[in-house]
Design a protein. Structure first.
Length: 121
């Protein structure tokens, strides 16, 4: 009888440990989902800030087209060819875009280009 009791207690302990383990997995999944949701909200907020800056900068339609082409990874020459413009015109528009968005570096400009393309989706 003592042997059976020990086996039953052992099985019960394993059952309790399994339940605790599954509950911990559940808690971890909930925490992960909350972190993902928080991060998505932060990203959405950042995009909204970028959209607002783009609108405030009052880029022309042509400048927006150039900015979108930059996001596509095109060179100035490729942009000029695709938009049927001179290379000089594209360079001038890029200078204007930099000034209007107060983007001193190309990487800063890429944030705006990505945001502009996201808004179109």
């Amino acid at each position: 009888m003592e042997g059976q009791t020990a086996v039953i207690l052992g099985q019960f302990a394993v059952l309790i440990a399994t339940i605790v383990f599954l509950y911990l997995i559940h808690l971890l999944r909930e925490a992960r989902m909350k972190l993902i949701e928080k991060r998505e909200n932060e990203i959405d907020q950042k995009f909204e800030e970028l959209f607002k800056k783009i609108e405030e900068a009052k880029l022309s339609k042509e400048e927006k087209k150039v900015l979108q082409k930059i996001n596509d990874g095109l060179s100035y020459k490729e942009i000029a060819d695709q938009l049927n413009k001179s290379l000089d015109t594209v360079k001038k528009q890029m200078t204007s875009i930099h000034k209007k968005l107060k983007a001193n570096k190309s990487i800063e400009l890429m944030k705006y280009a990505i945001a502009l393309n996201e808004k179109k989706k």
